[in-house]
Design a protein around this ligand. Structure first.
Ligand code: SER
Length: 590
């Protein structure tokens, strides 16, 4: 079975159970300052999980590009990845535990034909915020799972979410595949990391919402959010020992073998897998329509770290110059039929890899020499001091993990806490930014963020009026204090132009127009000249928000009901975000 067949089988199965297929969203969350990346299929659906009506109904299914850096140290084993595809199905206040578990069971055992005795499950054992989940255990039992394969665990294992600091969450039931390996000990079970059990599916029963004070309260409706790991299931279906032995990775591995002449073997597994994983993740971030470039902040910094780590491993294998972009091409070719944005943005991706290589190759060698010096002078406490680690970052562009890895290879640990202090002091500005970033979340559909969201639409439309139609949204980030809007434009916006845009937004506010939400197909929205990222599927139904003649845009909401609620609008800052992209920060109030 190949990945295309698996995606189709999953979608068809759930469409057959009355779900609507929704497209994969961007890897860069929209209007959600609480996380850097889309970490799961539920992420773009947070407003709907919190009660917004979804235009396609109460049962949804998709496969979603996802990225998590939490497991980065595990990359190299058989199943962990940073970037992965998550197949998911959702019930927005429709079915709950019984149907969800029954469908998962049917998909795995009937549609995929996985023998039921290879499957173990876990359920929530209960605590002060929610009771023991006997209901789910009972459903598994009724489907023929013996008690010996139903495990109870606490919050750490069997509670999911919120994705940021606040938002929807709940107890979950997780489904594991038994690889057939020997138990590593008498109490080896699904929570053991020895590799006998591989987690494949997580069904979250989202009955709760966590607030900023850490309290859990029941949501008015109960939702289901599930996520099934595509790469892991693909490895199982093909009887291969790891996700890296599937057709999603083999072309990358073959390319690395071809350019380096180093064999992919037990001795080189780890390096190979890290390179393949990191370059695939970086290719997907760079190839996203949001056009992130490597940098020292936010998403750009994650990409930079992924690329630099892969680059170092490649140089250890004596890979020739520009190998990374050659590998990126292989990845783009392997995926662009499913993710057409990779093809659309391929030139940008290749250029970014080559530029980053050029920058880093200039300092890597010298930095490695200095790092060796620093490591040599480490005392018997085997600790590298924070100043040295910071100098490697500041002068040679070595990300902290990178230095930590070098140190570890020599049995040395880095003073991480000290490094972070220096880093924070050095980046006073971005520290302020980071603190703010964790204040809200899209989960925070507060009055303030909703106003700023509406103001973002008006600003977008005003900029197009003043600067022309080449202005397109490249990113939006809102917290309780301000909006931040990134858009394509290739020069500085003059003070006069900014004043003009501000005036247009303020006159839309004082006109007091109603904000009207309608549902229509992408094609109809386009015919009305609505702006917004157009999905590739033209018959898909979307929400369109119209504010009189001032703005018409495709968007999930929420928004205020009348523009007058914004009071007034002020542009606070304009600057460059990256090549060809400008950034405006603005506030509303009064
Ligand atoms: N949100 C859950 C997870 O990420 C299910 O998709 O595991």
């Amino acid at each position: 079975m190949n990945s295309r067949e698996l995606r189709n089988l999953y979608i068809d199965f759930f469409v057959g159970h009355d779900h609507k297929h929704i497209p994969s969203s961007s890897l860069i969350p929209e209007n959600d300052p609480s996380v850097l990346f889309t970490t799961a299929g539920m992420h773009p659906l947070v407003p709907y999980l919190l009660g917004e009506k979804h235009p396609l109904g109460k049962r949804l299914v998709n496969f979603q590009k996802s990225l998590r850096t939490g497991d980065i140290d595990e990359v190299g084993d058989a199943s962990h990845l940073t970037f992965f595809e998550m197949m998911g199905n959702w019930s927005l206040g429709d079915y709950f535990k019984r149907e969800s578990i029954a469908m998962s069971h049917e998909f795995l055992t009937s549609a995929l034909g996985i023998p039921q005795e290879k499957i173990s499950v876990t359920v929530f054992s209960g605590d002060e915020s929610a009771p023991r989940d006997e209901e789910s255990a009972g459903i598994w039992r009724s489907l023929g799972y013996p008690d010996s394969r139903i495990y109870y665990y606490g919050k750490k294992e069997n509670w999911w979410g919120p994705a940021g600091l606040t938002g929807p969450c709940g107890p979950d039931t997780e489904i594991f595949f038994d690889t057939g390996k020997e138990k590593c000990s008498a109490d080896c079970g699904p929570s053991c990391t020895c590799g006998k059990h591989v987690e494949i599916w997580n069904n979250v029963f989202m009955e709760y919402v966590k607030d900023a004070d850490g309290n859990y309260s029941k949501m008015p409706v109960s939702n289901v959010d599930t996520g099934l790991g595509l790469e892991r299931v693909l490895a199982i279906m093909n009887g291969v020992p790891s996700v890296f032995d599937t057709e999603l990775f083999m072309p990358i591995i073959e390319k690395i073998e071809a350019v380096t002449g180093v064999k992919y073997s037990e001795k080189t597994f780890r390096q190979y897998r890290v390179i393949a994983d990191h370059l695939r993740a970086a290719t997907f971030v760079l190839g996203d329509d949001k056009a992130v470039s490597p940098s020292n902040v936010d998403q750009g910094y994650v990409v930079r770290r992924l690329i630099r780590r892969a680059y170092r491993y490649l140089t250890q294998m004596n890979a020739p110059a520009l190998t990374m972009s050659a590998i990126a091409e292989v990845i783009i070719n392997n995926y662009s039929d499913v993710y057409p944005e990779l093809g659309r943005n391929s030139e940008f991706v290749i250029r970014q890899f080559n530029q980053e290589e050029e920058i880093f190759s200039r300092t890597l060698e010298q930095g490695l020499k200095i790092a060796t010096k620093y490591l040599d002078k480490v005392g018997p406490d085997k600790k590298m001091n924070a100043e040295d680690a910071f100098r490697l970052y500041d002068t040679f562009g070595f990300p902290l993990e990178f230095t930590q890895e070098l140190a570890e290879e020599n049995g040395i640990v880095v003073d991480v806490a000290g490094f972070r202090e220096l880093f924070a002091a050095h980046q006073e500005k971005s520290r302020a930014g980071a603190a703010q970033k964790f204040k809200g979340g899209l989960a925070d559909s507060s009055e303030e963020t909703t106003k700023l969201h509406t103001a973002t639409h008006l600003l977008h439309a005003a900029l197009r009026k003043v600067l022309g139609e080449s202005v397109n949204q490249r990113g939006s980030n809102i917290n309780a204090e301000r909006l931040r809007f990134d858009f394509s434009f290739d020069r500085k916006v003059t003070p006069e132009e900014l004043a003009e845009a501000e005036k247009i937004v303020n006159s839309a506010i004082s006109a007091g127009v109603d904000v009207v939400c309608e549902e229509m197909t992408v094609k109809e929205a386009k015919a009305k000249d609505a702006i917004g990222l157009f999905a590739d599927k033209y018959d898909e139904v979307v929400k369109v928000y119209t504010m009189g003649g001032h703005s018409i845009e495709i968007c999930g909401g929420p928004h205020v009901s009348n523009t007058r609620e914004l009071g007034s609008f002020k542009i606070r800052q304009e600057g460059s975000s990256s090549a060809g992209v400008r950034r405006i920060k603005a506030t509303v109030g009064g």
